[in-house]
Design a protein around this ligand. Structure first.
Ligand code: B16
Ligand code: MG
Length: 218
């Protein structure tokens, strides 16, 4: 197929903010005396803030420990720290190959969008100097379901006016690959730890994103 749109995940594809999410969740988990490591963190990628906290509670057998109000207060605390951490981002933090791919897409008339469930996505894109570079940035507040639900990728395709079958989705998380495939798109995985569904194309890093190859998917 001739690709008509590239839809990018944010955390882990455009920028490595996963390390900041990890630091912020770790601070909260330590404070609550709960276990939290890189393996659990992998399961939080692409997952909403509240659902992420619930996974941490599940892993610790603590699902009943807090009321809804307490959970909301605790995830707000996590987010406050995350917001502080992303203030350190600069344009130099955009991952290799991303800007070049977006520029090549623009020159070739291929549309681009960002499919992030993060409510902090606009702030992160601004800090990277990329806020105005994409044709569409999905508004997380309008999406009801986190990845692996395909909703956010379908919202992007619809906003761009492109059929899902002509879109290439780029993701670093298993939940994101599942979302792309469920949307009926071609899935490119960046250093994905595969636990179930395989991406259609595996790359070790964003530096391997090849415009020529991605614009003509065989
Ligand atoms: P926030 P993505 C996701 O972004 C992150 O991967 C996930 O770890 C995070 O919990 C989620 O955003 C919500 O983020 O707390 O900032 O609203 O991978 O869809 O770009
Ligand atoms: Mg991601």
């Amino acid at each position: 197929m001739k690709t008509k749109a590239f839809i990018f995940d944010l955390d882990g594809v455009i920028v490595d903010t996963a390390k900041f999410h990890f630091q912020a969740w770790k601070m909260l988990a330590d404070e609550l005396g709960m276990e939290f490591d890189e393996e659990v963190n992998e399961r939080l990628k692409g997952v909403s803030r509240m659902r992420s906290f619930e996974i941490i509670l599940e892993v610790n057998g603590a699902m009943e420990r807090f009321t809804e109000e307490e959970k909301t207060a605790l995830i707000t605390k996590k987010n406050d720290l995350y917001v502080e951490l992303i203030k350190t981002l600069t344009p130099a933090d955009a991952l290799p190959g991303i800007e070049a791919l977006v520029n090549s897409a623009k020159a070739a008339g291929i549309k681009t969008a960002v499919a992030s469930v993060s409510k902090n996505a606009p702030a992160v894109l601004s800090a990277l100097g990329l806020a105005d570079r994409f044709d569409y940035v999905a508004d997380a507040s309008k999406v009801k379901n986190s990845k692996p639900d395909p909703e956010i990728f379908l919202v992007c395709a619809e906003a761009l006016g492109i059929a899902p079958s002509e879109c290439v989705g780029i993701e670093d998380a298993q939940a994101g690959i599942e979302a792309i495939k469920a949307a009926g798109m071609y899935a490119v995985g960046i250093n994905v730890t595969v636990t179930s569904l395989e991406p259609d194309m595996h790359l070790a890093s964003t530096a391997e994103l090849d415009f020529t190859k991605l614009s003509e998917i065989a």
